[in-house]
Design a protein around this ligand. Structure first.
Ligand code: GLC
Length: 798
């Protein structure tokens, strides 16, 4: 079933059937003011934090009666009413036509019902801390119409999400609303002192301009009415907001405008929601009396985002690839970069910090689009590295670099719930930093001095050396990095001294990266040191080869995890892909292990994380056994790992396989089977249920997932073959042999590259010739020094 389509030219996903299998969401705003909105206008808003700055309500884990940003329209001649989004009123779809356009940081919904056309645009103005809903209502009949329009939002009673939801004996009694001129003001903890520092006093507003306000409600129960819901509010049904305000009850903002529209006439109403006092709200509202302000602000948002996305645009024969890489995967990378795992329709915002590994990986997804934005976050994450070389497992949103406790301090453990370091955290810095230096050419980055989380400072280069030291000081019995509390897999505990091959491959890769850096810097002692320890690590890893696969690790008690002979979990994806990515696997091992991946783990919806899933033969540290088989880490198609598989296959030159994995797991490729996937067909999720589930193919945990960045990297570096390094750009695509070629428009270090890849012999990889501005170069490398402002690059495969 298809519910919508990709509009590549406008960088929008257009939903033409509003009865999508789940609310399909979009993100508006930035860290200062965030908002999520579905194709039916449900969602919520918050200032700075989804958990501690929540201003409007949402109902998690339910698709029923969802609060949102609702605009109701009532025909006062017939008493019929509907909403400007299909839900919440939900008129029959044979009479109600709606189109929702999710764009880059804005969403537009149009509706046609009873000869009234409405067009509502929702957005947070660029770098502002409030949101705008602009609705244009047109009488498309040939008769004059009398309409009432109601804008509505359900406020929380407390900025803390949990307090608002559960501590009702307190939060019900701290708010009241009032009406002033064109706005409802919600006062919270008013008696705690308006100006006193440390006061909890807050004011929110919901106001409007564009039409006179003819009625209002600040009391949720009065607007909705008893035993009713958002689909049939009594105020809308009766055509009259009764003016009541909340006091010791739940608050809302509802503003009614009575309109008379001649045939063809349009009214434009602008609602604004935010956390500001009444005077500030009045000033903001006044600015929207200026005609054209909304359109200018939408244009500003589009300009900003489209410019970011324009830094890398690809044109291949695959619309799925183009739509994801040019728009939706890229936008999702920015969203995960900005929001980490903070707030979605699944995460309610209570995780008040950045996961070290998550964020360092998320950064990778935007490096090719905005390397300097990435660099700022890299600096921040380096300042969350402890002076022993490990990363803080959770970096608080109010991280105070240089003054933080560490997992060695009981206070940190108590505050964050993280009892220990994790073996992998700081190792993610290597691929991220090497990609940044490649994209930007900023070799001096390695000399920047950055503070450690717990005090002291070092150059970036020394931070990286320290990360190697951290692993080397924590080796297990087989000379591979010890698992500590966990590796990438949150559900795998092999014991503090247990060893993970995944981390060992990461360390092997890190050694490759730092060896190059050391060599460039003339740090020959360190090169010699790395040569020595890398050879030893390699010897240990060699023993982890089990016929046609690498094992997953060795537990503290010496038992192997992921041995070929094991009855369950005998085959794991990540050690195979990382054996290739790290450069460790021999040609034979690489070919065999990736072939085993395809044979054992592949499904029509992507590659399983492990197989068979744990049912009866788990050990205590195999925490994933608590999940249903073929779900999440217990044999689900863990989407983040698809990106590494795409990259590994590409590095092996297997373009067909890489693209097969891309298509299987690509949201866009499920657009015409969206009822199976359920989640947005333009967004990656955390995992997809695999074949042992009765709901195979259904995806979960939308938007905020490391999948965005790994798949992006797999496609850009792998399939497109764009691999910048400190001195220039390697171009080595791995594409389906059926492609005649493809093109890329890329901004690179302030210059523009127009790259044409031709595939006359229909191979999967291998560069036959490379021409830069008419000059033939040898190999697949474009030296940065030879680039002009505008460059024509032709790559012929064969
Ligand atoms: C989730 C976590 C991430 C972890 C992954 C695998 O995505 O956010 O940190 O690596 O699961 O367990």
């Amino acid at each position: 079933m298809q519910y919508g389509y990709f509009d590549l030219a406008n960088k929008e996903y257009v939903i033409t059937r509003p009865d999508t299998p789940a609310p399909w969401a979009n993100y508006l705003g930035d860290p200062e003011y965030g908002a999520m909105i579905s194709n039916n206008a449900c969602g919520y808003s918050f200032v700075k934090s989804g958990a501690n700055g929540r201003i409007s309500r949402f109902r998690f884990n339910s698709n029923m009666a969802l609060p949102g940003r609702y605009i109701y329209i009532r025909d006062n001649d017939t008493a019929d009413y509907w909403s400007a989004s299909w839900q919440p009123v939900g008129k029959p779809l044979d009479q109600y036509k709606s189109v929702c356009r999710h764009g880059t940081a804005y969403t537009i919904m149009t509706a046609d019902y009873a000869s009234v056309h409405s067009e509502t645009t929702y957005y947070v103005p660029y770098h502002q801390t409030y949101e705008v809903w602009r609705t244009k209502i047109t009488n498309t009949s040939d008769k004059p119409r009398k309409l009432s329009v109601f804008g509505f939002v359900e406020f929380t009673n407390d900025n803390n999400y949990e307090q608002d939801q559960v501590n009702l004996q307190y939060t019900l009694f701290i708010t009241r609303t009032s009406f002033e001129e064109n706005r409802i003001i919600q006062h919270i903890n008013e008696n705690s002192g308006k100006d006193a520092s440390g006061s909890n006093h807050k004011e929110r507003f919901f106001g409007m301009v564009g039409a006179p306000v003819s009625g209002w409600n600040g009391n949720l129960d009065s607007f909705i009415g008893p035993y009713r819901t958002y689909s049939n509010p009594i105020a809308v049904e009766q055509g009259k907001c009764d003016g009541s305000m909340n006091y010791n009850s739940n608050a809302c903002g509802a503003l009614q405008s009575d309109l008379e529209l001649t045939p063809g006439e349009t009214a434009e109403l602008i609602y604004i929601l935010g956390q500001r006092n009444s005077a500030e709200a009045a000033t903001i509202l006044d600015t929207y009396k200026t005609l054209g302000k909304v359109d200018a602000e939408i244009a500003e948002l589009k300009n900003f985002w489209h410019k970011e996305l324009s830094n890398f645009q690809v044109n291949t024969p695959s619309p799925e690839f183009n739509n994801m890489i040019n728009v939706w995967n890229a936008y999702q990378c920015f969203i995960t970069f900005i929001w980490s795992r903070a707030a979605s329709f699944v995460y309610c915002g209570l995780r008040n910090g950045y996961g070290y590994r998550d964020t360092v990986q998320d950064i990778q997804g935007i490096i090719h689009l905005d390397p300097e934005m990435a660099a700022d976050k890299i600096r921040f994450m380096l300042s969350a590295q402890v002076d022993n070389g490990g990363g803080l497992p959770l970096v608080k949103f109010n991280h105070n670099a240089g003054h933080e406790n560490t997992p060695d301090d009981p206070e940190y453990v108590k505050e964050t719930g993280h009892p220990s370091y994790r073996a992998d955290d700081a190792l993610w810095l290597f691929p991220t930093i090497v990609k940044y230096i490649g994209e930007s050419g900023n070799k001096a980055f390695l000399d920047e001095v950055i503070v450690y989380a717990n005090g002291g400072e070092a150059t970036v280069y020394d931070h990286l050396k320290n990360a190697i030291r951290f692993s080397m000081e924590r080796l297990g019995a087989h000379d591979m990095p010890a698992g500590l509390h966990a590796d990438w897999n949150d559900c795998l505990r092999m014991g503090a001294k247990g060893e993970s091959t995944f981390v060992a491959f990461q360390l092997y890769y890190a050694m490759r990266v730092i060896r190059d850096m050391a060599q460039q810097r003339g740090d020959s002692d360190y090169v010699a040191y790395i040569d020595d320890i890398q050879a030893k690590l390699g010897a240990s890893l060699e023993k982890c080869w089990d016929g046609d696969r690498f094992i997953r690790g060795i537990r503290e008690d010496g038992v192997v995890v992921g041995a070929k002979k094991d009855p369950e979990a005998s085959m794991w994806l990540n050690p195979q892909s990382w054996a290739v990515i790290s450069g460790f696997a021999s040609k034979d091992q690489a070919e065999q292990s990736m072939e085993s991946v395809h044979r054992i783990l592949n499904t029509p919806y992507g590659i399983k994380l492990l197989d068979p899933p744990y049912r009866a033969h788990y050990f205590d540290g195999a925490l994933m056994h608590i999940f249903n088989p073929d779900t999440k880490e217990n044999g689900g198609i863990f989407s983040q790992s698809q990106g590494w598989a795409i990259l590994a296959e590409s590095l092996l030159g297997h373009g067909n396989r890489a693209f097969e994995y891309f298509m299987e797991s690509s949201p866009a490729a499920m657009n015409d089977r969206a009822e199976i996937r359920v989640m947005e067909p333009y967004v990656h999720g955390q995992f997809t249920e695999s074949t042992a589930s009765p709901y195979a193919g259904r995806s979960h945990v939308h938007w905020l997932t490391g999948t965005a960045s790994t798949v992006m990297v797999g496609c850009v570096e792998g399939i497109c073959g764009m691999r910048p390094n400190a001195d220039g750009l390697v171009i080595s695509p791995s594409i389906p042999s059926s492609w005649d070629g493809f093109t890329i428009e890329k901004n690179f270090r302030g210059k523009h590259l127009s790259i044409r890849v031709e595939n006359p012999s229909h191979v999967q990889s291998g560069v036959k010739s490379l021409t830069l501005n008419g000059k033939e170069l040898s190999g697949d490398f474009v030296p940065a020094a030879e680039l002009k402002d505008q460059n024509e690059i032709t790559v012929v495969l064969g």
